[in-house]
Design a protein around this ligand. Structure first.
Ligand code: SAM
Length: 207
């Protein structure tokens, strides 16, 4: 999703809106320094599991009804998608309590993060900005990306499409807004593509 290389992960990385994903657990095991933040982390592990299982049912029913909106080359089937999601959540939940104690999981929400300026080298955000363009305004997107750039040297956002695979109406205004403020903002192709056409990220550097 973010075309990450070992070099990208050399410093400290912040995953914003990280949810019940296994990135932090896997990266930590490989020796990288990753902090994940999400308002979800105020909940207990049991409540997170319940909530994710509930939303997975709706999400997967949706995917099943719209299989042509997705690229199945790697994942293969809706059943495999379910297994992959479950495995990622299990990996996250196994790591959650230890990670909370170590300060690797933090309850925090965009567009105001409780981290110091420049505390991270890279800030990531997947499946939140642009994907929920119908509920999050352009102003929210601009503030959120600026906040990611306040706490990190570079911000990357994926995907750049709305939830139905439509172009996000916020993307071009947000890019223009960032550039006007002196930020570097560019779309970059990535290899990952599950939602058809969602194969670009936005890479932003501070002014
Ligand atoms: C669809 S999930 C994506 C999780 C993960 N990044 C991934 O790609 O699998 C969206 C996440 O954004 C979190 N979220 C919602 N509002 C947020 C905000 N204002 N700031 C940070 N995270 C937020 C939700 O709690 C949820 O875990």
């Amino acid at each position: 999703m973010f075309a990450l290389t070992a070099r990208d992960l050399r410093g400290r990385t912040l995953d914003c809106g990280a949810g019940p994903a296994s990135f932090n657990a896997e990266a930590t095991e490989e020796g990288h320094r990753v902090v994940s933040c999400d308002p979800l982390y105020r909940l207990s592990a049991a409540r997170i599991r319940g909530r994710v299982e509930e939303t997975s049912v709706t999400l997967l029913a949706n995917v099943r009804e719209n299989t042509n909106r997705f690229v199945w080359d790697e994942i293969g089937s809706v059943e495999n998608l379910w297994e992959i999601r479950q495995a990622a959540m299990d990996r996250f939940l196994d790591d959650f309590l230890r990670g909370l104690e170590q300060g690797r999981y933090r309850e925090d929400a965009l567009p105001h993060l409780g981290f110091a300026d420049g505390e991270f080298d890279l800030a990531l955000c997947s499946h939140l900005l642009f994907l929920y363009s119908d509920t999050l305004s352009a102003a929210f997107h601009l503030a959120a990306i600026r906040e990611m750039c306040r706490v990190a040297g570079e911000a990357r956002v994926f995907p750049l499409l709305g939830a139905y695979g439509e172009p996000s109406p916020h993307l071009e205004p947000v890019i223009r807004g960032l550039r006007k403020l002196g930020y570097g903002a560019e779309k970059r192709a990535v290899h990952y593509e599950f939602l058809r056409g969602a194969n670009e990220m936005l890479a932003v550097t501070g002014p």
